[in-house]
Ligand binder design. Sequence first.
Ligand code: PLP
Length: 438
Amino acid sequence: MSHVFPRHTKASTPVAVGGDGCYIIDSNGKKYFDGSGGAAVSCLGHSDPDVTAAIKGQVDHIAFAHTGFFTSEPAEQLADLLIEHAPGKLDRVYFVSGGSEAMEAALKLARQYFLEKGETSRHRVIARRQSYHGNTLGALATGGNQWRREPFAPLMIETSHISPCYEYRGRADDETAVEYGQRVANELETEIQRLGAENVMAFVAEPVVGATAGAVTPVEGYFKRIREICDHYGILLILDEVMCGMGRTGSLFACEQDDIAPDILAIAKGLGAGYQPIGAMLCTSEIYEAIENGSGFFQHGHTYIGHPTACAASLAVLKKLTGGLVDQVHPLGDKLDATLREAFGQHPHVGDIRGRGLFRGIEIVEDRESKTPFDTKRGVNKALKKAAFEAGLICYPMGGTIDGVKGDHILLAPPFIMEDQHISEITDKLQTAFKAVF
Ligand code: PLP
């Protein structure tokens, strides 16, 4: 009997014993194409020799030194490289061990920034109904899935949730996409006015919504209007690129494609590509200087922040991403999109195919015309996940409440190292799964 506390106590999962490029191999020798990089993590696949060499090299020197006493060469170099490529005025990097930690740090930094400035009443966070920001309490409170928050409601910080930018379900027939984007962005202003701007510290959003909704992209102009509103009311814009960042959508940072920059940015997943657990929070020099010229101490921290081995792995990953690998994401993503549309575009249970780069979502519906989702009791996303897994494809199906509507979707986030033939492998295996379920 296993003594591991598993993710799902009633499921039995195979034992992963090997990685080979885009594939994971289990203890029975079965190979799975990692079509979702786990949860949009493994952007370099599973056997990158440069990343493993960087890890070994760092461990040979020193595996860990606490940041209360030391910085490290890989942390310094990684921060330099990130900032060289970061959008807007992002200037400082705070390393953590994952996405939730990055979001938690972002929320606390926002609060402390306003405290340092003497704006003590600013504490309220506004987020969107369709989003996932992590499972620690602060991050969970900002996430949009009510079913995730509900059991822990008494522990939550108070957060307002406005509409997402979800064109497939939200845009009215008589509206253009741009008009729709402005309408939903303006909900932020309405909520700020309702709460009183002097009480609001931040607006939080994923530029492309991942796990909760299946690669939902914003419409043109939406984030520009969001940025404008934040600036007008002196509110910080925190972007969560934990899933959609690090080249996943075709640019190193997803928000570049919306031509905006945040005040605070959270990244993780692709930052370490799964070779080491690492995340980061980036902030502007203005925020950093408020701390530096104020208390001089960000009241936060974890034992493993700036872990040298994690930073060494991430540095090797980032050199690859910025050394040309991200340039492959758009062309490969366009081909994947076209192939998915050809295979599933007319499927009676496919409502929408969407995404950017190698971040693609398929929304499953019972009825295409009315966009009616399946009853959640039917467990369509779980059945698809299981059937795809049996066919040797890892994809990331999720269900739950998508902006108030129960729904199912599949998220694809394959490795950037994949080749053209892998696109048909994904589609073929997914078709096998669809045939098994519908
Ligand atoms: N933010 C987003 C957008 C995510 O997708 C996730 C994880 O899926 C997180 C935050 C939390 O990251 P982690 O699971 O590394 O704590």
